[in-house]
Design a protein around this ligand. Structure first.
Ligand SMILES: *Cc1c(COP(=O)(O)O)cnc(C)c1O
Length: 460
């Protein structure tokens, strides 16, 4: 029986509680049901062709329909669909993936702890950094410092590490021992103080030092941050920020953790966001791009500083997941990483489409709605403003991002709205010609949004 879109929507509304969704609003509107994908394109159940400028959810880096990943999954499922890694056992794909990850990560990383997702990876981070300090005889070092408007997942620890006020408001978060400093968002926190971006980067990093001093360094276990905040609106910190963060962590002996769930596997034009930012973390969380989203997998890269202590001091680390090192997920990750290497996708982003997207985004600054336009590799953000000359944002009651997103939806472009920021992160396989197609759609949606804003009297 083939179902119509209405059939799908009715069954969806009747039974499926979607993540991060107002259930009633969705039931009224009906979800868009995506049926098929190829390269950077999706098709819904009405046959509409859509340019996916968000790579699914920041994950489908090699694009849809890569047969090598499909074949790897099928072969591994046929041979051994599951075995665990708990009781001194392992499977070949998990071992091989651990080996390959050590190769494609910075040299301080030779060990990996697998999870099923990014959130679980960050739960592992909290458990692991506390275990590390326990083993070193400093059990009072418990506190993890993160940032407002960070996104680190949706489990109890992930949502606590994250700095999303809407998430903290539900369920009594953050859990104890997790505190936040302000984010390095120049437009919001630096511009009005008359600071250049580079000056602001140093100021924002020193908020970490102030927090450490307020808490007492002897109580702080780690600092965690996304090299570029993704879900927070593609907030690209000034170049001065991360090196100063690293200096502060080193000065106080605090572990430095980068959450590379989005920025890993080539997204920023290097294999890892920490390389783009020029820092050497002690731990890195990964997920999403490790399998290009074809199957769920995540984990933590454990640097020598931490691994040496965990291994040499001995004792059992009482932590793990049924799917830590899932053989099918690991087989797909192996195929995915080999494809990224063979097709030189990281170099493609760094030398070709990344700089091209940056140039095309600079042109967008001419648009009357666009107050800021910035990119890093294949992450891009536009800030929609009501008055460019005076740098004035839209009134809070005007949901300009949602208006723009509505136009994108109707025009066949998936671009995400985060407040007044419109963000993209297209698959790494995108070509210059396809970026031109994407930019034509973005221009069209901005023009339609501007026309709405003028009609409604929101501008000026
Ligand atoms: C998506 C994301 C996570 C959470 O990953 P899940 O697989 O959804 O649990 C964590 N950190 C960052 C930076 C993310 O973007």
């Amino acid at each position: 029986m083939t179902r119509t879109t209405q059939d799908w929507q009715a069954a969806d509304a009747a039974h499926f509680l979607h993540p991060f969704t107002d259930f009633q609003a969705l039931a009224r509107k009906g979800s868009r049901v995506i049926e098929r994908g190829d390269n950077i394109w999706l098709w819904d159940t009405d046959g509409h062709k859509i340019l996916d400028a968000m790579s699914g959810l920041w994950c489908v880096n090699v694009g849809y329909g890569q047969q090598a990943l499909v074949d790897a999954a099928a072969a591994q499922m046929g041979k051994l669909p599951f075995y665990n890694a708990f009781f001194q056992t392992a499977t070949p794909p998990a071992i091989e993936l651990a080996e390959l990850l050590a190769e494609v990560t910075p040299p301080q990383f030779r060990h990996v702890f697998f999870s099923g997702s990014g959130s679980e990876g960050n739960d592992t981070i909290v458990r692991m950094v506390r275990r590390y300090w326990d083993l070193l005889g400093q059990p009072e070092r418990q506190v993890v410092i993160s940032r407002h408007n960070a996104y680190h997942g949706s489990t109890m620890a992930g949502a606590s590490l994250g700095g999303m006020s809407g998430m903290h408001a539900q369920g009594g978060l953050p859990i104890p021992g997790i505190v936040h400093i302000e984010q390095p968002y120049w437009w919001q926190h630096g511009r009005e103080r008359g600071l250049t971006r580079d000056e602001f980067g140093l100021v924002a990093a020193r908020w970490l030092e102030e927090k450490i001093e307020a808490i007492g360094a002897h109580r702080v276990a780690a600092f965690i941050g996304e090299p570029i905040q993704g879900a927070g609106g593609v907030i690209i910190p000034p170049a001065t920020y991360w090196p100063e963060i690293e200096r502060i962590c080193r000065r106080h002996g605090i572990l430095l953790v980068t959450d590379e769930v989005i920025t890993g596997f080539g997204r920023t034009g290097n294999w890892w966001g920490c390389e783009t930012m020029g820092v050497k973390p002690d731990l890195m969380t990964f997920a999403k791009g490790v399998t290009s989203g074809y199957v769920p997998l995540g984990g933590v890269m454990v640097g020598d500083r931490v691994a040496d202590v965990l291994i040499e001091r001995g004792g059992e680390f009482n932590h793990g997941y049924t799917y830590s090192g899932h053989p099918v997920a690991c087989a797909v990750a192996l195929a995915n990483i080999r494809l990224i290497r063979e097709q030189r996708l990281v170099e493609h982003v760094r030398d070709d489409v990344g700089p091209y997207l940056a140039a095309r985004y600079r042109e967008l600054l001419e648009h009357p709605l666009v107050g800021d336009a910035e990119t890093c590799g294949l992450m891009g953000a536009l800030l929609l403003v009501r008055d460019k000359a005076r740098g004035l944002p839209f009134a809070e009651s005007v949901e300009i991002g949602m208006v723009c997103r509505g136009h994108c939806f109707r025009e066949g472009l998936i671009m995400r709205a985060v407040g007044d920021r419109m963000i993209v992160a297209p698959p790494l396989v995108i070509t210059r010609e396809q970026i031109d197609q994407m930019m034509a759609l973005i221009h069209r949606c901005l023009d339609l949004t501007l026309a709405d804003a003028q009609r409604q009297g929101w501008m000026g």
